[in-house]
Write a protein that binds this ligand. Sequence first.
Ligand SMILES: NC(=O)c1ccc[n+]([C@@H]2O[C@H](COP(=O)([O-])OP(=O)(O)OC[C@H]3O[C@@H](n4cnc5c(N)ncnc54)[C@H](OP(=O)(O)O)[C@@H]3O)[C@@H](O)[C@H]2O)c1
Length: 269
Amino acid sequence: MSDRSRKDECCIVITGAGGGLGGALASAYAAPQTHLVLWGRNAARLEETGEICRERGASVRTLSQDIRALSAVRERLAELDAECRIDLAFLNAGVSSGALPDGDPEPVEDACRTMEVNALGNINMAAFLAQLMRGRGGHIVCISSLAALYPLPDSPAYCASKSALAVYARALRAAYAGTSVRISIVYPGYVDSPMSRRLLGPQPLRISAGAAASLIRSRLEAGADDITFPFLPALGVRCLNLLPAPAASFFSRRFGFKVRPDDESPARG
Ligand SMILES: NC(=O)c1ccc[n+]([C@@H]2O[C@H](COP(=O)([O-])OP(=O)(O)OC[C@H]3O[C@@H](n4cnc5c(N)ncnc54)[C@H](OP(=O)(O)O)[C@@H]3O)[C@@H](O)[C@H]2O)c1
């Protein structure tokens, strides 16, 4: 819960803040005069991140809310904004799914859930936040993925969902051009996190969540609005799109992987 007046602090909302990249972003931004809203579903993990951030001098509020509950999410955002005027929001919450370790294809239920969280849940937040910030300014950062830039056969819904979010955010940026609403998109390669630890296969140039968070912060502060990293995987993905389809498919399969199902997957049981 909040514990003092927020109007004079920089208010930052981070979804998926209970660990991984979101937890690292929270630590990277935790400082005095900063109010962090740590958003997720697992209250205990959010509280763990919160403790680290409080030790760094930030004031912290944790908020447990599934981002798939679209109208409830808009209500939460409106309440937060009335309380502390959101300056910066990292739309980082996400799930991954794909081909199963036994070689079975991605379960349909997982594909739909991935689209609901990564695409619809985040688009709902981006659209509503942009309207809240219209006229007074603010910054929305959408965490997409390098997977948005090439359709990987092992994770169709993840690629589609991250691509949907990125394309939506690019269009939103164009729609708000000339206003003080800034919209940035981050396309990370492999980042060490609970999500990437469920992937079985090569993860070239995987970096730590802390390194990814500081890189994102420094590039945003330098004014970048399309952030891809690491350099070589980002270049490789762009090259795939220039190759004839059979050649691109050949190379992309060399980096194929399987995905261990998460707790919500029907394949778990
Ligand atoms: N790891 C990588 O290699 C990689 C690469 C590119 C992009 N990304 C993206 O980076 C972001 C962070 O991922 P990560 O690697 O840090 O994975 P992670 O540790 O699994 O974090 C994902 C977070 O999203 C939250 N979340 C999931 N479903 C949610 C829902 N329905 N409502 C609210 N929160 C929800 C989870 O919180 P709860 O458990 O509390 O629900 C979790 O904290 C994701 O968008 C991911 O797609 C990751």
